[in-house]
Design a protein around this ligand. Structure first.
Ligand code: ZN
Length: 315
């Protein structure tokens, strides 16, 4: 990652599309992913290997993974809820798989219908499967710590519990863990504290990314706090697609366009061409004309005389 400072991992085709009822046609998804990769986005979570009857929006994930693999330089990521999903993701050729473990066990039982022990069993089986693969066919395996900043069912989630789950996932053989603000509860101070805690427990190299939502408008503040601590991968979604059903007007994930504008203006390298990225919205709005797209930069446009790589620096 020497030629970039921050890796943007686009999650719109998964997190965004799973949150809306409209099913995006497979060809439109391919056009979206192709355009975003062409704009310089290096990692895209293209879908989730859940049963199609649960999420018909993502029923074509295997085809999308196979297509995305043909795009040069793109890391193709997919979510897997269990062993079966991981098997399918590996078969399809995903470069990276993420299994979400909800730190709130109540949430885990409600959403995945599994206790922590049952989820950890799936992780153990996935690692056994990964260990049978030749190194060049083995995807990287992340354990996503969801509801790490609070839960809509349990409320406060103890930080010690987040650290305990991080340790367990890594002991079982995950390559990395990620912190997910599934509920949009995180604030910058809490985020900094939790990053430091996890690092002190498992080491810096085992946590490099955070997954943020913008439910309460703190998405970019949280992203900046994470970056300043030393996090190098940020999840976001184009147009913040999906929104938040409980907070009309709020985007779902942090908006990729606004995030890239912030980083680009600060002189941080993402490898993404901001103008090209802004044009990708047209691909999505054309396929989903009735869905809201969020983001301030796309509406306001770039500042007059904008120069990437250190906007605002006195000449
Ligand atoms: Zn999410």
């Amino acid at each position: 990652m020497s030629e970039i400072d921050v890796l943007i991992s686009e999650v719109g085709p998964r997190d965004g599309l799973q949150s809306i009822d409209t099913i995006m046609p497979t060809e439109a998804k391919k056009a979206w992913i192709q355009a975003e990769a062409a704009a310089g986005v290096r990692e895209i979570e293209v879908g989730s290997f859940v049963p199609p009857k649960l999420l018909p929006q993502l029923a074509d994930t295997a085809e999308i993974v196979a297509y995305a693999r043909t795009l040069p330089g793109l890391t193709v990521a997919a979510l897997v809820p269990n062993f079966k999903g991981a098997e399918n993701a590996i078969k399809a050729g995903a470069h990276k798989i993420t299994l979400p473990l909800s730190v709130s066990e109540t949430h885990s039982k409600a959403n995945l219908r599994k206790t922590h022990d049952q989820v950890l069993d799936e992780v153990r089986k996935i690692v056994e499967l990964l260990d049978t693969l030749p190194a060049d066919q083995r995807p990287s395996f992340e354990g996503g710590l969801s509801t790490a900043f609070g839960c809509t069912l349990e409320g406060i989630v103890p930080e010690a519990k987040v650290a305990e789950m991080a340790r367990k996932l890594l002991e079982l053989g995950c390559d990395e863990v990620g912190l997910s603000d599934t509920t949009g509860y995180a604030n910058p101070k809490q985020l900094r504290r939790l990053i430091k805690l996890i690092w002190s427990e498992v080491g810096h190299d085992k946590l490099t990314g955070v997954h943020l939502h913008n439910t309460r408008g703190l998405g970019l503040a949280n992203a900046l706090a994470a970056l300043e601590e030393g996090i190098t991968t940020l999840d976001s979604s184009l147009g913040g697609i999906g929104g938040c059903p409980f907070a009309p007007g709020a985007s779902g994930n942090i908006v990729t366009e606004d995030l890239v504008f912030m980083l680009d203006a600060m002189g941080l390298r993402t490898g993404i061409d901001l103008d090209a990225l802004l044009r990708v919205r047209e691909v999505v709005t054309e396929a989903l004309p009735d869905e809201d797209m969020y983001g301030f930069t796309p509406d306001a446009g770039l500042p007059k005389g904008y120069n990437a790589g250190g906007w605002g620096v006195a000449a």
